[in-house]
Design a protein around this ligand. Structure first.
Ligand SMILES: NC(=O)c1ccc[n+]([C@@H]2O[C@H](COP(=O)([O-])OP(=O)(O)OC[C@H]3O[C@@H](n4cnc5c(N)ncnc54)[C@H](OP(=O)(O)O)[C@@H]3O)[C@@H](O)[C@H]2O)c1
Length: 162
């Protein structure tokens, strides 16, 4: 999902887009997608604070993500990775935490969901948003598709072809 978040942030006018990645290959991929900076999770300092964090990882990374926010900043959590945030870490900087799930939006705010989806399709049709496909794998070899994702090799989508 991060491969779409980076160009979308640029298209929507974000001044500085900082992407986080775990390997040099993914860092180069994110730079090519328009990230102004790419940080490695393991690095001690993540640089200047940001106004919005969009988190696909969760778990033990959450406290660092909250710390990476500037005062008044927002953390949007959409991963399946769980994790815990201390309320004090939010109130001290006037920060907020927002949960986001597309499937729930589709059910509970169908009109908004449709409008936002149409906006994305229009960007895609105009060639301004181009989802990257890492590999196309025959459905019969679905295990290999899973293995690619488990090895964290994929730069973009792994598509199963029926
Ligand atoms: N809320 C929603 O509506 C919604 C919609 C779609 C997906 N999701 C969730 O969003 C998350 C990302 O989905 P995705 O399709 O972008 O997955 P993905 O292609 O597998 O990307 C996830 C990235 O997370 C990083 N990562 C960090 N720790 C990891 C770990 N322990 N295991 C695996 N990856 C790890 C990896 O990057 P590095 O190797 O660079 O660390 C990996 O490229 C998932 O949790 C998914 O369930 C939520």
């Amino acid at each position: 999902m991060g491969q779409l978040a980076v160009p979308l942030a640029k298209l929507l006018g974000a001044g500085r887009v900082v992407a986080a990645a775990g390997s040099p290959e993914k860092a180069a991929f994110l730079r090519a997608l328009g990230a102004d900076e790419v940080i490695s999770y393991g690095r001690e300092s993540w640089g200047e604070p940001v106004d919005v964090v969009v988190d696909a990882v969760g778990g033990g990374l959450l406290p660092r993500l909250v710390a990476a926010l500037a005062p008044g900043g927002r953390l949007v959590a959409y991963s399946s990775g769980g994790g815990t945030v201390q309320a004090h870490d939010l109130l001290a900087g006037g920060k907020s935490l927002i949960g986001f799930q597309m499937a729930r939006l589709a059910r509970t705010r169908a009109a908004d969901y449709t409008a936002w989806r149409d906006e994305l399709w229009a960007l895609r049709a105009a060639g301004r948003l181009r989802p990257a496909i890492h590999a196309r794998v025959p459905l019969a070899e679905a295990a290999e598709a899973h293995a690619i994702i488990e090895r964290r090799e994929n730069l973009g989508k792994v598509v199963l072809v029926p």
